[in-house]
Design a protein around this ligand. Sequence first.
Ligand SMILES: *Cc1c(COP(=O)(O)O)cnc(C)c1O
Length: 367
Amino acid sequence: MGGNEQHWVNEAFRSGWVVPLGPNVDEFERLLGEYINAPGRVVALSAGTAALHLGLVMLGVEKGDEVVCQSFTFSASANPICYQGASPVFVGSEKDTWNMDPEALNRCIADRVRATGRKPKAIVPVHLYGLPAKMNEILAVADKWQIPVLEDAAEALGSELDGKRCGTFGQYGALSFNGNKIITTSGGGALVCPDAEAAVRVKFYATQARENRPYYYHEVIGYNYRMSNVCAGVGVGQMDVLQEHVDRRRAIHALYTELLAEVPGVEVKQNPTPAFDSNFWLSTIVIDPATGHTPDEVRLALAALDIETRLLWRPMHMQPVFADAPYYGAGDVERELFERGLCLPSGSILDDSDIERTAAAIKGVLA
Ligand SMILES: *Cc1c(COP(=O)(O)O)cnc(C)c1O
């Protein structure tokens, strides 16, 4: 917490706006829109997962449709596809950003059209660990096939590609303010919309799709997905420290890079070119099997020192729940990353001594 969150939460109680709408919600949306340069197009919701779900609803994804999704991600990127009764089709990652491979995406779409006679309804790329996906190439494939893009920017608030903020590349973009993300509202998310009109429609869906009549009247299925004005108060306070958090995560990443530079067989993931500017939500490493150590051995050794690390995401096409989904890979990049990678402690409150202790522990295990 930055310090001002409590003030805005108290303000919600003082004014009586303890409901899923109110001045904090409006202000949080305004500040977010300003930050990512999408004024009037951000809708605050109860979760990033809800944002992804409503993005699919807005794109008309229905039962029987296919939606292309990055395989190397958290399950929340893919689950909402199933909420709609649609089927996920997974695409593998490229080595530079660890995100959706544009060539595999093109091959996937061509094959789905051949196999089903229909185009997938949407494409869901992810900016994993904050590193932007190759959006220029992905959007070129999407344009060629005329398929809309729903960007999962849950981990990438503050990240940029070519000076443009993540969440604003696709027709829709989803943000998350879960407790572990770059800023938090305890739980929450937002959907970045193509225009103000779409934002109004998203708010309508997020508040039970109630038509404008004096009695409750419904023409479509609605959802209870709006953000609470209390949570939005936390969000307004967090906007004061958002850029500080991003700067701190980048500094933590730079320190890991420096401290682990000379360690053989350990590579700290970097921006592939200066066009990419990750928020480094999490700093990650890849451990060469030639070190004789698996990431899980390193994880357990660090856990014994009270340092928490995590393995990288297990790809969706390797999850039992998605075992039947088609998968279009590009050299098993994400499987290899899952087998070799580790997420390091990266929280904005960590100080340099925490990072030094973690780096020393990794060196100690691998020595
Ligand atoms: C956190 C996360 C989500 C879901 O956001 P919630 O706010 O937790 O629902 C979706 N996608 C990715 C990649 C995430 O990391």
